[in-house]
Write a protein that binds this ligand. Structure first.
Ligand code: ADP
Ligand code: MG
Length: 698
């Protein structure tokens, strides 16, 4: 349970003063649904209103706060579009306040003739006379001190005024500061001292009330402290979970090699050195009486599936069951199709379970699984469903892990009393990010591609050359090649995505008739399967697709890939897509079509893709060119969505947080001493509740 003292921060934003029915959706869109989300909504700019000149000293272009006496109202003539003007002065001169579309009544109330008012805004000169259009503040002189400050500027959304947002942020900050007063420090005093970091409450206050531009820097002590808290919470969560998984006694699983030998003999190729090394790592882990938690990292096409299969056979030899989980239906089916003949050759019972399975067939699968008649289960996240039980789940393999969250990963391994876990990722993740996503899992890397692969020729073409590309396709499919045609991703609109893909499909059908197929995310699963089957077998030579083909699909005859609007894709995504070709022995080409003119960064990114097939280099370059948040597409990647930390600016803090988290858990594994209890508050604050639950369930 979340500690009571944090409750106010996890109330809906409507509990904040000034957040009613109109404003709430805007704040939610901007920051999030809870008070704490607003607390993390930090300013990105400042307006300094401390400059307080006399009228005669007012400098054009500068923000100034003045105290003026209202002399005269000059409303525009009726039906005129001219602004409402008000002359106001101090002892050094007169300044005109200018308001467009202002009502006389309102103006009279705001600036009554003969009275003094404090006004703040940008000074302009018009016909050599000073004026100020729509002052940001007009207030009684008694409020001068409140206006004459450094004002934080927050990212806004349409329909929300800075003033309204600032009020809401202020009340979230007040809630945060109250919590801070009651919360013991979770950071080590020596850490604070070494870096000159303020206490949490102080850091919140400073981040929300920057005194100048410098205070906005991600390297300012306050911002560093806040970022570090967030990074520490993430790292601690990962390490706690992992330590707990390890603590539960695993089981030593040693197979006799019989199934693996049969399987190896049936493979039409020899394992690469990297595959053999990974399998040795895995076998050694499984033979230990502790749980395995290993990450198998390998670029597209590096041959992870075979490694997973042989690892699963090892578990079977030891008398256990194994499960392989994929992020999408297509990919789960693909694995199942690949593994089915291998299973048959090895005499292993394999089954598929996805969200599509219903009714009697599903019941039967579940019964067979519970009785142990099914030895290997392949599926999607449907494997998590509560009624799925194994007789003895010994190994869980999770493919394309970056699409699952930490919680999901835990869910499946909880189904095995002491199951070993192997996580496979195809997206080459820069080292800095591996740490964030996986904590300190053991890593095996498939850094060697299977032999005989032809390099893929990648070319950049302007979209104006589309007709030539279509002509070239005729030659390609005439020669027995298969072609992927990937349609652009239109921002945030599945409907538009689809329209683009459908219209390209119609175009190509007009040229190539029934040899063209279409797959997209909205299709019924059975339709999707049938098109994919005809593409990998007979019937379809050109497959028009939205990015649903992105992960894992394996069609060796596919040697050409056309990607429209390549400039809209992330580099990692382009690399993944391109990895669908070059899988057979034929020469492959990838045509990246772009819509000009390209900006410098876009051009450089596409150049990287053209120059190298090294996924790690691409990932590092992408990180450099775009920043961490976008490298993997935060939302779909399961990469922790950081609110305060910036993985580029705070990379050193990430490494430090990882080390500190390890030390903390080594010293106080259950987070029970005084500082441990404070750290639990930190975990809840950053919504790593799952980690705390792990601690409690022990
Ligand atoms: P990924 O790592 O992208 O999942 P796959 O496991 O799908 O890669 O393997 C890609 C292709 O390479 C498959 O067709 C697979 O049969 C083949 N393959 C795997 N290992 C080897 C090897 N050692 N030698 C030759 N081909 C291999
Ligand atoms: Mg794969």
């Amino acid at each position: 349970m979340r500690p009571e003292l944090l409750y106010p921060l996890f109330q809906p934003i409507t509990s904040l003063k000034g957040v009613g029915g109109r404003v709430a959706p805007l704040i939610e869109k901007l920051a999030g649904p809870k008070v704490v989300d607003v607390l993390w909504h930090l300013p990105t700019g400042v307006i300094d209103r401390r400059h307080r000149p006399k009228v005669a000293e007012a400098v054009p272009g500068r923000i100034a706060t003045l105290v003026l006496t209202v002399d005269e109202h000059r409303p525009p003539p009726p039906a005129s579009r001219a602004p409402y003007r008000i002359a106001a002065s101090d002892e050094t001169g007169t300044l005109t306040l200018v308001f467009f579309r202002a009502s006389r009544d309102y103006m009279m109330k705001l600036l009554p003739i003969g009275e003094q008012r404090a006004v703040s805004g940008r000074i302009e000169y018009y016909n050599d006379l000073p004026q100020m259009a729509h002052p940001d503040h007009v207030a009684p002189v008694s409020e001068l001190a409140e206006i004459q400050t450094v004002e934080p500027v927050h990212p806004l959304t349409q329909g929300l005024t800075p003033k309204t947002l600032r009020k809401v942020v202020e009340s979230a900050l007040a809630a945060g500061l109250k919590v801070a007063e009651q919360t013991p420090e979770w950071l080590d005093p020596s850490v604070l001292e070494r870096h000159g970091w303020p206490a949490w409450g102080e850091a919140l206050r400073a981040a929300h009330h920057p005194e100048d531009e410098d205070a906005l820097s991600l390297h300012s002590p306050a911002r560093q402290r806040l970022a570090y808290d967030e990074l520490l919470a993430t790292q601690l969560a990962l390490i706690v979970v992992r330590a707990k998984m390890r603590e539960r006694p695993g089981r030593a699983r040693v197979g006799d090699g019989s199934l693996r030998d049969t399987a190896l003999a049936a493979l039409p190729f020899d394992l690469t050195g990297a595959q053999r090394r990974a399998l040795d790592d895995i076998a050694a882990d499984m033979a230990k009486p502790a749980r395995m938690l290993r990450l198998l990292q390998g670029d597209v096409g590096s041959g992870k599936t075979v490694v997973a299969w042989l690892a699963m056979l090892g578990a079977l030899e030891a008398g256990a069951q194994a499960a392989l989980m994929a992020p999408t239906e297509i990919l789960a089916r693909q694995h199942w199709t690949t593994l089915a003949p291998l299973a048959e050759a090895a005499g292993v019972r394999l089954a598929l379970l996805t969200g599509r399975d219903k009714g009697a067939a599903r019941e039967e699968t579940l019964a067979d699984l519970a009785e142990g008649r099914i030895q290997v289960l392949v599926g999607t996240h449907a494997l998590f469903q509560a009624d799925v039980t194994f007789r003895d789940l010994g190994l869980v393999v999770i493919d394309e892990q970056h699409r699952f969250g930490v919680d999901q990963r835990l869910g499946l391994s909880a189904k095995g009393r002491d199951a070993d876990v192997l996580v496979m990722t195809a997206t080459p993740i820069p080292r800095t990010l591996t740490l964030t996503m996986y904590g300190d899992m053991d890593v095996s890397c498939l850094d060697e591609k299977p032999p005989g692969r032809q390099p893929i020729e990648t070319v950049l073409l302007s979209s104006q050359r589309l007709p030539e590309v279509v002509d070239a396709l005729r030659r390609a499919i005439g020669g027995g090649n298969k072609v992927y045609w990937v349609c652009p991703l239109v921002e945030d609109s599945e409907t538009l995505d689809l329209a683009a893909a459908e219209s390209r499909y119609e175009d190509l059908r007009a040229r190539f008739g029934g040899r063209v197929g279409l797959v997209h995310g909205r299709m019924k699963p059975a339709e999707k399967d049938s098109v994919m089957a005809r593409f990998s077998g007979e019937g379809v030579d050109i497959l028009v697709a939205t990015t649903v083909i992105e992960v894992g699909v394996d069609v060796p005859a596919a040697t050409v890939m056309v990607i429209e609007h390549a400039e809209r894709f992330g580099l990692a995504q382009l690399h993944q897509l391109r990895g669908r070709i070059g899988r057979g022995s034929g020469k492959s080409s990838c045509l990246l079509m772009y819509q000009g003119p390209l900006g410098d960064i876009a051009r450089e990114r596409l150049k990287v893709i053209r120059e190298t097939e090294d996924g790690f280099r691409i990932a590092e370059e992408d990180l450099r060119l775009r920043g961490a948040g976008e490298v993997l597409g935060t939302r779909q990647s399961g990469l922790p969505d950081f609110r305060l930390a910036d993985l580029e600016a705070h990379a050193d803090l990430l490494a430090m947080a990882s080390d500190d988290a390890k030390l903390i858990v080594a010293r106080d594994p259950d987070l029970e001493d005084e500082r441990g209890r404070a750290l639990r508050v930190l975990l809840y604050l950053f919504e790593r509740d799952a980690a705390v639950r792990t601690l409690r369930s022990g």
